[in-house]
Design a protein around this ligand. Structure first.
Ligand code: SF4
Length: 456
């Protein structure tokens, strides 16, 4: 007797939503051939990371050469205005260009993340700052942020294989733009030596994030040098290399074998010494994951490399239950742990991408229970001004009418309180008026702060 016949709970007519296995359907066609400039490329040519790096779209002119007449002059004028107003320089890989739906680029989740359109940009929130997380305030040596007691962020370089419109480190990452002159952290071994000396001098530091920029732009020997140097420091127990390459240029992991092998050597040396070395990556939407991605990650998974993902919650990109659920399931299917979903930081020039805190709270409820707890992301918010990450539900006060949340962070900054603000264009017309009036604005902030103090 089959289980379905003996027990009604094991019915074969599984409800539609339980039977869905869409997350396992990874794109495996030669999708790049739809782009005029890539139409003649074989699979091997398209999957060569050198082709991907050398052919990134870095200007309007290059975009026009690649896409050609797929788009009309009005679209290109919109892009031009977006580039002028952006805080990040343009750099988009052929892989991403090929995955964008050019029949409807205005609503495409990849276009929204990487290619700015002036018509969709909105005024920044009045409380926004360029370095909204105040990373430079907690920087004892250039390129190192030491905010949490036992861990630190090492910005090893300031370049990436692509540039995301929404980068939290737009104060430092990438080239200067018309709008922003950046703080630069070049990949310089002398500067790294200062970082290693500082880490050695702080026995409480057990955990290092090596980021930037993106470690995909470090040479293989630099990955090994940094990794082995930090493993040699006795109190460093954990280390995470942060790279967006699996999401935006998986070819890097497939065809730059020296780089991938260097990373694996550091992971394996760490294991011998009883230390954890992992890879942290950054997928935001399920369409970023194809069979090419699986080919890139499988060798790492097979060698036991722990891969965790950090997603940024973005309006019209991944702010619906279906998209977020599909992303979480697809990551799990690939062997990537969905570690965090971050509420969008208060970053300049991307107000169109931010969601309200309420959106994150609702999505968290839709995702929890979908799969095992260890494969379920924590929905967190990095508080403005240096309070660190807080669970979205852990606010002291959340004034939904005016879009003001206040968080405490006793383990990081005892006694201090930190704000987060919903995008003003999502508030009621009356609340938007209150934000426009400086006297009202000051009293709303003071009122929220007072109510948070009363909670303590
Ligand atoms: S890859 Fe990371 S560091 Fe680089 S631009 Fe994107 S978000 Fe910023």
């Amino acid at each position: 007797m089959k289980p379905s016949e003996s027990n009604p709970r094991f019915r074969q007519d599984v409800p539609q939503e339980m039977a869905r296995l869409d997350h396992r359907d990874l794109r495996d066609d030669e999708f790049w051939r739809a782009i005029p400039a890539y139409a003649q490329l074989s699979r091997d040519e398209f999957n060569d990371y050198r082709f991907q790096s050398r052919n990134c779209v870095t200007s309007l002119r290059k975009l026009q050469q690649v896409i050609g007449e797929k788009m009309d002059p009005a679209f290109y004028r919109d892009v031009e205005e977006g580039i002028v107003r952006s805080t990040m320089s343009l750099r988009i890989s052929p892989y991403l260009i090929s995955l964008i739906d050019w029949e409807n680029p205005y609503d495409d989740p990849l276009r929204i993340q990487f290619l700015p359109l002036g018509s969709q940009m909105r005024e920044d929130h009045p409380e926004l700052r360029l370095d909204s997380l105040a990373e430079q305030d907690d920087s004892p040596v250039p390129g190192l942020t030491h905010r949490y007691r036992d861990r630190a962020l090492f910005l090893a370089l300031d370049t990436c294989p692509v540039y995301c419109r929404f980068c939290t480190r737009s104060y430092a990452v990438g080239l200067d733009t018309e709008d922003v002159e950046k703080v630069h952290f070049g990949a310089l071994t002398d500067r790294w030596q200062e970082v290693f000396t500082y880490v050695e001098s702080r026995p409480e530091l057990e955990d290092l994030v090596i980021s930037g920029g993106d470690v995909a732009n470090l040479k293989a020997e630099h990955i090994e040098h940094i990794g082995m140097r930090l493993l040699d420091i006795e109190h460093v127990q954990r280390m995470r290399f942060a790279s967006k390459a699996p999401a935006i240029m998986p070819q890097k992991l497939i065809t730059d074998r020296a780089w991938t092998d260097a990373l694996i050597r550091v992971v394996e040396e760490g294991r011998v010494r009883g230390k954890e070395v992992s890879l942290h990556t950054h997928f935001n939407h399920p369409v970023e994951i194809t069979e090419i991605t699986r080919g890139a990650l499988e060798p790492l998974v097979q060698r036991g490399v722990i891969i965790r993902n950090q997603t940024v919650l973005q309006r019209r990109v991944n702010d619906t239950p279906n998209t977020m659920q599909l992303l979480v399931q697809r990551l799990g299917w690939l062997g990537v742990k969905p570690y965090y979903v971050f509420v969008h930081d208060m970053v300049r020039g991307v107000e169109d991408l931010r969601t309200s805190l309420q959106t994150a709270i609702k999505l968290e409820k839709q995702v929890r229970g979908l799969t095992s707890g260890f494969n379920t992301p924590n929905f967190v918010l990095d508080t403005m001004g240096g309070g660190g990450k807080r669970n979205v539900h852990a606010f002291e006060v959340y004034d939904r009418n005016n879009g003001i949340a206040v968080y405490a962070s006793p383990a990081v900054r005892p006694g201090d309180l930190f704000f987060y603000f919903d995008p003003i264009d999502e508030l009621s017309p009356e609340a938007q008026d209150r934000w426009r009036d400086p006297i009202h604005r000051a009293s709303m902030l003071e009122d929220a702060m007072q109510r948070a103090r009363d909670c303590e």
